[in-house]
Ligand binder design. Structure first.
Ligand SMILES: NC(=O)c1ccc[n+]([C@@H]2O[C@H](COP(=O)([O-])OP(=O)(O)OC[C@H]3O[C@@H](n4cnc5c(N)ncnc54)[C@H](O)[C@@H]3O)[C@@H](O)[C@H]2O)c1
Length: 173
């Protein structure tokens, strides 16, 4: 929820009040939720927490502006809190790094349509849909994944580890 993106402010000219608002809403909110849950002892032993993120935390996507830095912080909080909550109550915390997805937040990003098609043509399996994302998240609430914690997990049809696809090389021919 970047105010800078909503106001079309490019990365080198970020408004720092908006930046701090984005950090609070989209990264610190995870810490605040976890701190409150821990204080109230609201999560069961071996409970599981999942936050959604995007690969701009690892690689540069100019239009993602300050959300890239904010997502990097979100992923870091998942690791840092994952240690403490894991030690205390075996609660696990992961982030799922999802393909571009046509949602309200996704389509709010400038040039999203072209970028969606680009990612789709790179990923061998194509972009992962919102429903696929939901299904993957459910697996992380299962005891079958009980030893997975403090991870950033790519759910992107193979996009993140594909250098280039033949489709992109030949311009879709
Ligand atoms: N859409 C994509 O391409 C994409 C890709 C990777 C990761 N993500 C991440 O997935 C998550 C969900 O986004 P989405 O794409 O489903 O978008 P969305 O717009 O459908 O959902 C965002 C939700 O956040 C809520 N929200 C916004 N501001 C809030 C606030 N201050 N307090 C509480 N709730 C607030 C909205 O009401 C909405 O339900 C986000 O963290 C997003 O960054 C999205």
């Amino acid at each position: 929820m970047s105010v800078n993106i909503r106001k079309n402010i490019p990365y080198p000219e970020l408004n720092y009040d908006y930046f701090q608002k984005g950090i609070d809403v989209s990264a610190l909110s995870l810490h605040k939720m976890l701190a409150a849950a821990k204080k109230l002892d609201a999560i069961n032993e071996w409970g599981s927490v999942v936050a959604l993120t995007y690969m701009a935390a690892q690689r540069t996507y100019p239009f993602y502006t300050d959300m890239a830095d904010i997502k990097a912080m979100l992923e870091s909080i998942a690791r840092s809190f994952g240690y403490h909550y894991g030690k205390e109550k075996n609660v696990r915390i992961n982030t799922v790094s999802q393909s571009p997805t046509k949602t309200t937040a996704g389509t709010g990003i400038k040039g999203f349509g072209d970028f969606y098609d680009f990612a789709d043509s790179i990923a061998p399996l194509g972009n992962a849909s919102a429903e696929d994302c939901a299904n993957y998240c459910i697996t992380l609430f299962s005891d079958l994944t009980r030893m997975v914690t403090m991870q950033n997990l790519y759910h992107d049809g193979g996009y993140s580890t594909t250098g280039v696809s033949m489709e992109v090389m030949t311009g879709g021919k």
